[in-house]
Each structure stands twice: as structure tokens, then as C-alpha cells.
Design a protein around this ligand. Structure first.
Ligand code: GLV
Length: 319
């Protein structure tokens, strides 16, 4: 296990097998992973660990399962695992609401300048109540564009509906509407042009890397707010910095960046219209306990030679 996970899952694993748990707060280095993985039967890893063919080969032919403590699996070279017949587990569903909550918290915070206002108060900048002081964006009647209409995108739509937002979405496949919520599937171009808020809910793939770039930012409204709770590389940060600095768009709020953590001298940190939080969308008490349990259950099923309850490459079972 490349880190200590919350106790429900940790205890389950420790009761089942001999578990070597990386004890530090910071992740193991590449060298440490390559060293400690030798001859393990199963690997429980985090999104901070790059698990590629080299790691799998260092583990050796006994490696029966890779259980990722995250829903996103872009840190795991899934094709390499499939080629070796190794099932890869993830933690879907249980973090949907927590992540959608965070997307919405960021949306509201950026729209109404909550973080900027809080800093201003602490810095002694609150002089008086002013008619034009710290104005932000209205939600009611505005348009939200959801990029990726999977579980989390849909959960964001449910929240947005309560705030009176008009909801557009894009998805690579024709998606069923979310019951009880008014939504419209549009092309990406229309979404960029019409949305006051653009929220990203795609996995990181070759198709989504750099999806928000200088070109796509140009098509957004000057009043637009960008929210990213997906993966950092979906946004070209240099282009985003330029767009925010020149007020080509109004604001951005990011839970994910490149790299993570973002270095203290990164230009995005100097902008008032950019909120950055440290990849905490799934960080609620119940969600993280459930993630630890699900990651443990996937690991244990794999060690027993059983089908993983949540497997991202089920084709390994078809041979
Ligand atoms: C978090 O980012 C996850 O993919 O679970």
C-alpha cells in the first residue's frame, strides 16, 4: 500500500494479508515504489503514484491486482495491466456527491468572490459597504455548461437545477437526460459560447488533455467562470493564466492542477480571480472511509482470484 488509507479499509487489508504500508505523509518516490513492489501479490495505490509497465514488471508475474484509491485511473497504465491480465480496480459512485458538492462550492465561491473577499477582510481592506463593491456573477437564469455528463456531471446538474441555472452539457456519446432536471446536449462550441459557467467532469484521456486551451478560452464569454474538479492536464494552465490576467474570462476555480502541489511561485497563485484548492473534492469524512473500503475490497477480491467489485478493465476476465 503506497500510503495509509482511512481505518475501515486499512483494517480490512491488514486482517486479510501481510500488508506493507508506506508510512509517510508524502508519497513514495519512483525508486521506492520500484523497490518495494518486488514480488507483491497486490498493489493498493493512490492517484499520486504512477503505476506503469515498469512498475508491473518490477512486481513480477505474481502481481494479481492493482487497486487504485480513486475513481480516475489516469495514473495507472491500464493497457499495460490488461496486457498482463491484471485487473485494475477504482472507486466509482461513492465520491460522486462529494465531488459535485465541491464543484458547486467552487462555482459559488468564484461567482461571488468568496475567497477574494475573505482575504480582503483579513488584510484590512474592508472600508465600508459600497454599491459597486466586490460585484460578482448571478446564478439564477445563467447558463451552466457541463463538460462530461457521467455520474459527477449529472450530480452537478441536479444541484444546478436548484439554483435556477439553465443546463447545457457535452458528452462523447448521446447521453440520457437526467430525470427531473432540464438539460440540453449540445456541441462543445455551443457550450463554450453560451455558458456563464463551464464545469469540467471528463476523465483525463488523449482526447481531453488540453481541452481548455488558448483557442477554446477565446470562445468563452468575458463573464465566464471555469471550474475544474477533473484532472489538471485537461486545462492548459499557461493559456488559463493569460485569459484570467487579461480578463478574457471572469474567473476560474481549480481543485486540480499541474503539477500537484502547485509550486508557490506559480503565476496562477498571484491572481485574485483564480481560486485553487488542494485536490480535495472527495475529501469528506464519509466519502474517504467509503473509498478506503472499496479500494480494500477490490484489492482483496483480486488477491483471492475473484472478480473485482469495481474493475476498469473487465476484458481481463473474458479470456
Ligand atoms: C480523485 O481525484 C479521484 O479520481 O478519485
Amino acid at each position: 500500500m503506497t500510503r495509509r488509507i482511512l481505518e475501515h479499509g486499512l483494517e480490512l487489508v491488514q486482517d486479510f494479508c501481510e500488508a506493507e504500508v508506506w508510512p509517510d505523509e508524502l508519497p513514495p518516490s519512483r525508486e521506492q515504489i520500484l523497490k518495494h513492489v518486488v514480488s507483491v501479490d497486490g498493489l493498493l495505490c493512490l492517484l499520486t503514484d504512477r503505476i506503469d509497465a515498469e512498475v508491473m514488471d518490477a512486481a513480477g508475474p505474481g502481481l494479481k491486482v492493482i487497486s487504485n484509491h480513486a475513481v480516475g485511473v489516469d495514473n495507472v497504465e491500464v493497457a499495460a495491466a490488461t496486457a498482463r491480465g491484471i485487473p485494475v480496480g477504482n472507486t466509482p459512485d461513492i465520491l460522486t456527491d462529494a465531488t459535485a458538492d465541491m464543484a458547486f462550492a467552487l462555482l459559488l465561491a468564484a461567482a461571488r468572490r468568496v475567497v477574494e473577499g475573505a482575504w480582503l477582510v483579513k488584510a484590512g481592506g474592508w472600508k465600508t459597504w459600497g454599491p459597486g463593491f466586490m460585484l460578482g456573477a448571478d446564478l439564477t437564469g445563467a447558463t451552466l455548461g457541463i463538460v462530461g455528463f457521467g455520474r459527477i456531471g449529472r450530480a452537478v446538474a441536479r444541484r444546478a437545477s436548484g439554483f435556477g441555472l439553465r443546463i447545457l452539457f457535452t458528452d462523447p456519446s448521446p447521453a440520457l437526460p437526467e430525470q427531473g432536471v432540464n438539460t440540453m446536449q449540445v456541441d462543445f462550441e455551443t457550450l463554450l459560447q453560451e455558458s456563464d459557467f463551464v464545469s469540467l467532469h471528463t476523465p483525463l484521456t488523449d482526447q481531453t488533455r488540453g481541452l481548455i486551451n488558448a483557442d477554446t478560452l477565446k470562445r468563452m464569454k468575458p463573464t465566464a467562470v471555469l471550474i475544474n474538479t477533473s484532472r489538471g492536464p485537461v486545462v492548459d494552465q499557461e493559456a488559463l493564466f493569460a485569459a484570467l490576467q487579461s480578463h478574457q474570462i471572469f474567473a476560474a476555480a481549480l481543485d486540480v492542477t499541474v503539477p500537484e502541489p502547485l509550486p508557490m511561485d506559480h503565476p496562477l497563485l498571484g491572481l485574485d480571480n483564480c481560486i485553487i484548492v488542494p485536490h480535495i473534492a472527495s475529501a469528506s469524512w464519509r466519502t474517504r472511509q467509503n473509498m478506503s473500503l472499496m479500494a480494500a475490497e477490490n484489492l482483496i477480491a483480486g488477491l483471492k482470484g475473484e472478480r473485482l467489485p469495481h474493475c476498469v478493465n473487465p476484458e481481463v476476465y473474458k479470456e
